[in-house]
Design a protein around this ligand. Sequence first.
Ligand SMILES: [Zn+2]
Length: 346
Amino acid sequence: MRMHETRMLIALVGAALVGMAQAPLSEMDAHINAAKAAAGLDYRATFVNLCFPGANPALANPAAARAGGAGQAGGRGAAVARGTGATPDRATWYASPYKIFDNFYWLGTRHHSSWALRTTDGLVIIDTNFAWATEPEIIDGLTTLGLDPRQIKYVLISHAHGDHDQGAAELQKRFGAKVVMGAADWESTLQRSPTAAGGVPARDVVVGPAGMKLTSGDTTIDIIPTPGHTPGTSSYVFPVKAQGRALMLAYSGGTLTGAFGTNAARWDEYIESQKRIAKAAADAGATVILSNHSEYDNAYTKARLIAAKREVGEDHPFVVGAEGVRRYFTVMAECAAASKLRAGAK
Ligand SMILES: [Zn+2]
């Protein structure tokens, strides 16, 4: 074979191999490209974690990670990883509480968020955190902000994983708060050992598959079932006041898909859920997107930016506009569609 023939053969074989490798990927790539475009610079972590779930072993196996809740991007202390409930070094997680809008407050650690909504008939806490954060972040945080923890009326749990629900039982027991959670997640919660970190809350308000509207005083929270991350995951759409004006918020209740494997029904359920919450958010005119992990909504950074000088044209750091909210849920749905194909779920 002459040299030029050899080169041509190599070129042909190469082209064939590239063609073979790319053909089955094209649909997945289209979803990834759609997610990437929707993510822009705003939702990079959501894009990476959902479109490439295998890239981080802890994210690929949230079941193991959630035993102690240390699965969020690695090494938050051995005590957490073992799920003993012991408090990790405060220097690695403590964050001051922040007022976000007139009647809405952030009570998170640097990684996980808990929120307080002040209504005319008491406080609504959205997601708690690990048990060790209840006192320093939620209870002391409320007090620091001039709010009274005894006024906590409801505790909404977006889904029953330790990094969001371990504080629920204590708030229920100490302040008589009613705990609100999806039906399926109540079932898994009630099966926990009484010695589980933070204890086990008693079943109060059960959110069924049709969702519900929960009213506290002047504020109604639209609770939208978004099963997928867990079977009972809930997301929320609700109003707050910003300098006296009503503002709608959308709250994404569960994010990672790393444990779905080849379970096509679970992928499809998750994708449907993102479409459902995206529509509810759009219908309500939501212009703020929130998560329970700062990794996804940059809550900790944004909370501190509220006090920073704004240039002309810059809005409140949490306000991303209706388009920004829509893009967030597009990232979730498109990445899930891509990851479903990669997992070979049919
Ligand atoms: Zn979770």
